[in-house]
Design a protein around this ligand. Structure first.
Ligand code: AMP
Length: 292
């Protein structure tokens, strides 16, 4: 695996690969890699001749009171995992080199960033979209791979690709979970044993919601209320539990055949997010709709 931290050098290297007719699959990450990330590399490996990863903890997507400083950065262990997955290139720039001019020009994600995490983390998705746009220009990938775990982020990046005419194919990959259902996350390592016991309820409540809807419940507002009540027993702060339209991310009042139930809450000192995609008709469930 070739490791490069200089943006110009990485850009040049990718340019050469493109000229040779290679196809580049790219997975941007913040490191502290786990099986969720690895699933993205595996998918990229299947569809491209070259797989590139980035590890960059983007400061512009963290709020002033958030965990930017303490975010885990186990670069040596991450490198080993990437090599094992046969990733060809790792781009790991410094903050200084990525934001040497500060941020004068930014990518504004607009309405899609108004609700869910965007409401609680103002400016977060502007930081994400700006950072990811920079990475796309440096890497020039043919295909990019994002996890459904960060559903709002994925929808925003897909829209950015479309609206800003990036010549990139977007792939949405399913959320990878621990055996008991907890969505894998780099932040799970902050959880104490007791917190871990409570954290599993985020997925359990969302699965419960999906189960009830699949078995015929259509009273969306009441379902949300019930789920909120249940989840609040296990969290120190619930930022939201919502059922939204999968494309517009608007909260739903009424049932529709395709929905996303999403939650964000703090357990102990750790903010966790999760979501489930709910398809009630078989056609949707069996198709490759994870990509939409
Ligand atoms: P992060 O390092 O948290 O910025 O995540 C990098 C990429 O990995 C994003 O596209 C995430 O959505 C994805 N990802 C993180 N956790 C999971 C998971 N449990 N399952 C699938 N993808 C994930």
């Amino acid at each position: 695996m070739k490791k490069i931290s200089d943006p110009k050098k990485f850009q040049h290297e990718m340019e050469q690969l493109r000229k040779k007719g290679e196809t580049i699959g790219f997975v941007p990450t913040m490191g502290a890699l786990h099986e969720g990330h690895l699933s993205l590399f595996r998918k990229a490996r299947k569809e491209n001749s070259i797989v590139g990863a980035s590890i960059f903890v983007n400061p512009t997507q963290f709020g002033p009171k958030e965990d930017f400083k303490k975010y885990p950065r186990p670069l040596a262990a991450d490198s080993r995992l990437l090599k094992k997955e046969k990733v060809d290139y790792l781009f790991y720039p410094s903050t200084a080199v990525m934001f040497s001019q500060g941020t004068v020009i930014t990518v504004e994600p607009g309405k899609l960033a108004g609700g869910l995490c965007g409401k609680v983390r103002p400016g977060h998705f502007r930081g994400v979209a700006t950072g990811v746009a920079k990475l796309f220009h440096i890497v020039k990938p043919h295909r990019v791979y994002f996890g459904a775990k960060d559903y709002q982020q994925a929808v925003i990046i897909r829209q950015m690709i479309e609206d800003l005419n990036f010549d990139i194919e977007f792939r949405l990959c399913p959320t990878v979970r621990e055996k008991d259902g907890l969505a894998m996350s780099s932040r799970n390592r902050y959880l104490s044993k007791e917190d871990r016991g409570h954290a599993v309820w985020i997925s359990q409540v969302l699965f419960g919601l999906r189960h009830k809807i699949r078995f015929g419940r259509k009273d969306i507002l009441k379902l949300k209320q019930e789920a909120r009540r249940e989840l609040s027993r296990h969290t120190d702060r619930m930022d939201y539990l919502e059922i939204v339209d999968p494309l517009s991310l608007e909260p739903l009042k009424r049932f529709q055949p395709w929905m996303v139930a999403a939650a964000a809450c703090v357990v102990g000192n750790t903010r966790l997010i999760d979501n489930v995609i709910i398809h009630t008709n078989r056609e949707h469930r069996e198709g490759s709709t994870e990509n939409r």
